[in-house]
Design a protein around this ligand. Structure first.
Ligand code: CA
Length: 246
């Protein structure tokens, strides 16, 4: 699956950058290094990039700002690289829509494992269980599987990260069923479960912020005892992927 996947690495430290490039290249990835956000923009306009590894500490535009900017326009998988011990960067990164984070220092095996896990998660929702042409409808909301887009009841698009899209898809496919974090992780094929386990609540709270009217009393995604969740709406699958929302 990864054989020809293209990874862009934004890192200003030449040693770290070189190490990451050679390690991922060895594992069969196509890798393009970039030193700044502007560099990355150039890489992305020149070629199709499948995943971005983004250092937080960069001269000029920092990694968090680049992450926010990318997320504004795409669901491309993003892994943030954070300095050791800076929890804030990690949390802000996830809040801004990064799919995972890698604290420095990390070893090559960890890097490859994270890249593979994030790629797998983002590919996971490329419709196995749901027909690519389907749209899942709940309470006036439409989740378009073909376009990987969410439309609110007014017909406006809500931008989702690939992680949020995957979670919402799973919720829709399992509506009115109580699901533990483990269930969710299994369905997300989260082999890097230990990592994702810590961020799943963050992703769900982010998703809530996008679809719930009240965060104090969420009506779609309810928390149940012992760390589980249940997606309450009735979900209808339609084949009308191309139907424009009202
Ligand atoms: Ca740096």
């Amino acid at each position: 699956m990864d054989a020809a996947s293209h990874v862009a690495i934004v890192e200003d430290d030449p040693d770290i950058s070189r190490t990451m490039v050679s390690c991922l290249t060895e594992h069969g990835f196509k890798v393009t290094p970039a030193r700044s956000g502007r560099d990355l923009d150039r890489v992305m306009s020149d070629s199709k990039v499948d995943l971005v590894i983004l250092d937080v500490g960069l001269p000029g535009e920092d990694g968090l700002s680049i992450c926010r900017r990318l997320r504004g326009k795409s669901t491309i998988p993003i892994i943030m690289v954070t300095a050791h011990g800076t929890d804030t960067d990690r949390i802000v990164g996830l809040e801004l829509g990064a799919d995972d984070y890698l604290p420095k220092p990390f070893n090559s095996r960890e890097l490859v494992a994270r890249v593979r896990a994030v790629m797998r998660r983002s590919a996971a929702s490329e419709p196995a269980a749901v027909e690519a042409s389907q749209t899942l409808v709940f309470e006036g909301w439409r989740l378009d599987m073909a376009r990987r887009q969410l439309f609110d009841p007014t017909g406006a698009t809500r931008s989702l990260t690939s992680g949020e899209f995957n979670i919402l898809t799973i919720f829709c496919q399992n509506s009115r069923k109580v699901m533990s974090r483990d269930d969710l992780l299994d369905m997300l094929h989260g082999r890097a479960a230990a990592v994702f386990d810590r961020s799943i609540d963050v992703q769900i709270s982010r998703l809530r912020r996008k679809i719930e009217t009240s965060l104090k009393d969420p009506s779609f995604i309810k928390t149940v005892r012992y760390g589980g969740y249940v997606f309450t709406p009735q979900v209808i699958a339609t084949a009308e992927a191309s139907l424009q929302p009202p």
